[in-house]
Ligand binder design. Sequence first.
Ligand SMILES: [Zn+2]
Length: 103
Amino acid sequence: MNYQCEICHYIYEPENGDPESGVDPGTPFNELPGDWLCPRCGIDKSSFEMAGSDAKIPKGKDPLLIMVQGLTQGLWTICWKWILFSDPSNWSNLPGRTEIQGI
Ligand SMILES: [Zn+2]
């Protein structure tokens, strides 16, 4: 079963896992570590909801959109890691955990 982030609409697909965060392919959503965060926006697991297997991002439909999404995700991942490793006290100030949750 896939799960989708309510914030950024990232789809967690168990067959792919999240190798960037050390999650092996084949890991069901409910076996993800409790501190796992959305690789795209950084929200925690509680903001994910079940998504049907057909709720995939329409790959191939709009190459520009896919490219922009990929770029955004890549930049965010870099920024997130940079902030985290340069000054851990910034971690709680990251957007996505509280601010975005209220929308
Ligand atoms: Zn997200």
